[in-house]
Design a protein around this ligand. Structure first.
Ligand SMILES: *[C@@H]1O[C@H](CO)[C@@H](O)[C@H](O)[C@H]1NC(C)=O
Ligand SMILES: *[C@@H]1O[C@H](CO)[C@@H](O)[C@H](O)[C@H]1NC(C)=O
Ligand SMILES: *[C@@H]1O[C@H](CO)[C@@H](O)[C@H](O)[C@H]1NC(C)=O
Ligand SMILES: *[C@@H]1O[C@H](CO)[C@@H](O)[C@H](O)[C@H]1NC(C)=O
Ligand SMILES: *[C@@H]1O[C@H](CO)[C@@H](O)[C@H](O)[C@H]1NC(C)=O
Ligand SMILES: *[C@@H]1O[C@H](CO)[C@@H](O)[C@H](O)[C@H]1NC(C)=O
Length: 910
């Protein structure tokens, strides 16, 4: 409420008092009045006059697509819109005409020689811009959702009231450069049209500056000094020569320990209307090096730069830019697989594909939670396929040490090539190549300084044609891009200006059994997506939300259909006709056959979490197991993985590691088990070996975890809890990147009758502490894959593994207690102690912290964001286990425990 009031207040103030700008100041247009051009009736040139009537218009924020604005203004209600198939009922004809964004503000008269610029950062899909009745930009030029431009509006400035009007033209993903969602989810009704990024006004004196770029000569740590070159484009806006004096400073960001301040300066003479580039070499002694999250700290430096006239008055200031000192390289293996190094150390990419909000709304605190989840799961990178967010997004990634792979998107206009048989994109015109250049130029300008950038991918499923590649590369070069550039996210082809991408896009995108991933030694299957090379988008497609989330967006009929009509389509999957993923047929068939026909919604949902957990764990473990595979006819090392996907743009049933409401489910904890333990012990379903994998980065501080290890392997029968196999193996210290077989359980698994549980413990040999704990449910026969019938999204199963015995486990009595470890203004840290009193395992126990005020435990939503040390845990007979959780609730919480053979129970409250 407070922010809403202050937003209106700010809007009012700027209208009454106006923007008071001095040279070098810029201001974001704080909000808009929005109306459809059909409703507005009058000509844009008239409406852009001060005092035009806008009574019926909607008041919206500074950056919002048409739909985001209509939601903010209450025309639509998100709860309602996202429910069932309601969004399908929105009248699309409302979005087939331009929409108008209008704002009035006061301005002071401009001193002679000063300039006022209007700065855009992309308007979807294209826009005409009017200022005080005059058209200052045309949609021939202001094109593309990443097309950022600067317009000199000095001659049209009025003292007193001024009006700005943006006429945003509808976006057709096949024709325009928008941000399409392909088969991810239904398209937003407006196709993302509108002023989705800020529009700014900036005043300068006679000399103006571009944002700064930064290049350093840093290669590897440690380093005694680094030469940082600060680069800016400078323009003499007037037609008389002038002397320009620059003053700048590079300084450490406040919260970073050792303070450093390094001033720099320079002078040049500019001819009339001259536009040139100036570079300032700055030496940084004892530079503080930036590292990815788990490798070290993330010190940032800030650059400030201003330019003055000979009279000593400031003429312009470059936007404050932060950067980090680090160095990224990429290389291709002999098999042409891509890998990366950061600061000279191999960086094994564990990534997932990011989805922005469906309406491109941006909430930094939500992004922070998403980033914390990324790190909590043990991932180190996210991929943005054509959804290049706002600068704050990258700044946060810089601060948190998360790497980002940016790039253009697939399928629509962006890949309108005649050699692309899959896409719907219209072929490019001459204007499109120019637009592409400008979009690349703009994005590179704002991305290049961020240390979180790992690479830019110029195309997704297809590589850009020769001419587009030349445009992209020219823009990147002119903006001093220093990170790896990859031709596309697939191995289908590459332009002559760039080598092979080194990324593979061979699926799967839909469910495959856990033994899929390490089956790569099977002859004849190298053209599939098993765990080798660099997978740019692949996974088993899972990510079922838990019941509290499902009830937020599915009707009772939708919920019933989930389990009773397993082949039915859902509006919350991929759109019908946009791909193969409108149903969960492949997934559900496997679930029904492997775990037995569900008897209720609850039973179905519990089975989905089992399926999701084992599915995601297997992908990440597959890539870890093969990370150092020796190259042979079939095998080759797994160099990196982009899991498909991290999150969803709206409430979705698939392709996510946590749901739209930020509740982590089975997919999340399967991933976390596989990826978040630096030293980990994993089971290879195919070779039936137990492997120790080392996922740590370089030992930078000399300390870290070291020493001998012990692996304890125990296989028990699910039905009676009796031991089938038990081994204790000593293991030598492993190095980062290692994957070593330490035991074989083939004999034991072969002796199983029905389902068995395999528990792997990796312990420190000296003090016995558990470094990794991992429990599998296994059967004598794995699922049998029909490799010959593989397609781009799955490999079918010809015989399913039989886990139906898990439905008849004897009930386990588990004692649980909860203690409060810490309680503060931001919530509490709780510790849960579980003790399985039974002589059978307690299978797949799910713990949640819910709101105590809620009446029903099962429908009460888990409070988010929530960080569990582990969840969906399976306890062996008589085993004890401690878990911790951080919850934002200080008081008024209740902890609920449930499990496949454990009674749902409230185990604590506070
Ligand atoms: C949206 O609709 C829901 C349910 O119909 C209601 O509870 C909520 O208050 C509405 N939100 C707004 C902002 O009007
Ligand atoms: C959105 O884009 C699609 C093409 O992907 C097009 O068919 C549709 O008409 C567009 N919608 C609007 C409202 O322009
Ligand atoms: C110009 O930049 C220098 C270096 O950051 C700074 O010391 C100086 O105060 C700035 N001048 C103005 C007027 O902002
Ligand atoms: C920045 O880019 C320009 C244009 O490609 C190039 O001439 C210049 O040398 C680059 N600066 C540095 C420090 O690399
Ligand atoms: C045991 O050793 C590990 C390193 O292997 C260390 O992380 C842990 O803190 C030690 N635990 C105790 C209780 O000393
Ligand atoms: C609570 O969170 C706020 C906002 O993130 C932070 O500024 C504050 O330091 C936190 N307090 C504690 C005790 O951690």
């Amino acid at each position: 409420m407070y922010s809403l009031i202050s937003f209106y207040l700010l809007s009012l103030l700027c209208l009454v008092y106006g923007f008071r700008l001095s040279p070098g100041d810029s201001v974001t247009i704080p909000g808009w009045y929005l109306q459809s051009s059909i409703q507005a009736r009058e000509e844009a040139s008239k409406l852009s006059q001060p005092d035009a009537t806008t009574d019926s218009w909607h008041r919206i924020g500074s950056r919002s697509t048409v739909m985001a604005g209509l939601l903010q203004a209450g025309v639509y209600n998100e709860t309602d819109l996202f429910y069932s198939d309601h969004m399908n009922g929105v009248d699309l004809s409302d979005f087939q005409s331009p929409w108008l964004y209008r704002e009035e503000f006061g301005l002071q008269p401009l001193p002679k020689g000063d300039h006022l610029f209007l700065i855009t950062h992309g308007i979807s899909s294209k826009a005409d811009i009017y200022f005080n009745g005059v058209q200052v930009a045309s949609s021939d030029y202001q094109q593309g959702c990443f097309g950022g431009h600067q317009y000199d509006i000095t001659p049209h400035v009025r003292s007193g009231k001024n009006a700005l009007l943006v006429q945003a033209h509808p976006t057709d993903y096949s024709i325009d450069f928008g941000q399409g969602f392909a088969d991810w989810n239904p398209a937003p009704p407006d196709n993302g049209t509108g002023v989705w990024r800020n529009i700014e006004l900036k005043q300068t004196g006679p000399i103006s500056l571009s944002p700064v770029r930064i290049v350093t000569d840093f290669k590897t740590a440690p380093s005694e000094r680094v030469l940082a070159t600060v680069i800016t484009d400078v323009t003499n806006q007037n037609n008389v020569p002038i002397q320009a004096s620059f003053q700048g400073i590079i300084e450490t960001e406040q919260d970073v320990g050792m303070q450093q301040r390094i001033p720099f300066s320079g002078n040049i003479r500019l001819n009339a209307n001259e536009h040139t580039t100036i570079s300032f070499p700055v030496t940084i002694q004892n530079p503080q090096i930036w590292w990815p999250a788990v490798w070290g700290r993330q010190p940032l430096y800030a650059i400030q730069l201003n330019v003055s006239t000979p009279q000593g008055t400031i003429s312009d200031r470059a936007p404050r830019t932060t950067f980090g000192i680090r160095h990224v390289t990429s290389q291709l293996s002999p098999e042409k697989d891509l890998s990366f190094s950061i600061n000279g150390h191999p960086f094994h990419v564990r990534c997932a594909g990011y989805a922005p909000d469906l309406f491109l709304r941006f909430d930094l605190s939500r992004v922070r939670t998403i980033f914390r989840y990324v790190l909590d799961m043990g991932l180190n990178t996210i991929r943005l396929e054509g959804k290049l967010e706002h600068p704050e997004f990258y700044k946060l990634a810089d601060q948190m040490g998360i790497m980002t792979i940016a790039g253009w998107e697939c399928c629509d206009k962006w890949e309108g090539w005649d050699y692309n048989p899959d896409g719907q994109g219209h072929q490019w015109t001459t204007t499109d190549y120019t637009t592409a250049y400008r979009q690349m130029y703009h994005e590179s300008t704002y991305l290049q300084a961020h240390p979180s950038l790992l690479a830019f991918i110029l195309g997704s499923d297809y590589w850009p044609d020769e001419s587009a590649t030349r445009q992209y590369l020219a823009a990147l070069q002119l903006t001093n891009w220093t990170n790896p550039i990859v031709a596309s996210a697939s191995a289908r082809g590459n332009p002559s200006g760039l080598g092979p991408s080194g990324m593979k896009m061979l699926g799967p995108y839909d469910w495959v059994p856990p033994n899929y991933w390490t089956s790569n030694n099977t002859p004849g299957i190298t053209e599939s997506g098993t765990a080798y090379g660099f997978g740019s988008e692949q996974g088993p497609g899972v990510g079922t939300p838990t019941l509290p989330s499902l009830t937020q967006f599915l009707s009772p009929a939708d919920l019933h259909a989930l389990w009773s009509h397993p082949s039915s389509g859902s509006y919350h999957l991929s759109p019908r006709g946009a791909g193969e993923f409108h149903t969960r047929k492949i997934y559900n068939t496997a679930l029904f056959r492997r775990y037995g026909d569900p008897t209720s919604l609850e039973d179905y949902l519990q089975k989905t979490q089992l399926m999701d957990y084992e599915a995601t764990r297997a992908v990440f473990e597959g890539f870890a197991i093969n990370q150092n595979a020796a190259s042979s006819t079939y095998a080759r090392p797994a160099t990196g993985l982009v899991y498909w996907m991290l999150n969803s743009a709206w409430p979705s049933l698939h392709w996510q590691l946590f749901d739209y409401y930020l509740r982590p489910g089975g997919a999340y904890f399967g991933t976390k088990t596989a990826a978040a333990r630096g030293e980990h012990v994993a089971y290879d379903y195919v070779s039936r070996e137990v492997r120790v994998v080392n996922l740590n980065g370089p030992r930078l501080t000399g300390g870290g975890k070291k020493g001998k290890r012990v692996v304890e392997v125990e296989l028990i029968s699910a039905a009676d809890g009796k031991t089938v196999d038990k081994q204790v193996v000593g293991v030598e210290e492993t190095e980062p990147g290692a994957s070593v077989p330490v035991a074989k359980v083939a004999d034991g698994v072969g002796r199983l009758q029905g389902v068995g549980f395999l528990r792997l413990l990796l312990k420190d040999a000296l003090n016995g502490s558990v470094l990794s704990r991992n429990v599998y449910w296994v059967t004598k026969e794995n699922d049998v894959l029909d490799w010959g019938k593989s397609n781009w999204y799955t490999t079918p199963v010809s015989r399913y593994a039989d886990f139906t015995g898990l439905s008849t486990l004897r009930t386990a009595n588990v004692l649980a207690s909860v203690t409060v470890k810490e309680k503060g203004e931001n919530g509490s840290t709780l510790e849960v102690t579980l003790e399985n009193k039974a002589d059978v395992p307690a299978f797949f126990m799910h713990l949640t912290v819910v709101d105590a005020a809620s009446q029903q435990e099962d429908a009460a939503g888990e409070i988010t964001p929530v960080y569990w040390s582990d969840n969906y845990v399976t306890l062996f007979p008589r085993e004890n286990l401690k878990l911790t959780v951080q919850t934002p609730k200080k008081d008024g919480w209740r902890m609920v425990m449930s499990g496949v053979n454990v009674k749902r129970n409230v185990i604590g409250q506070g």
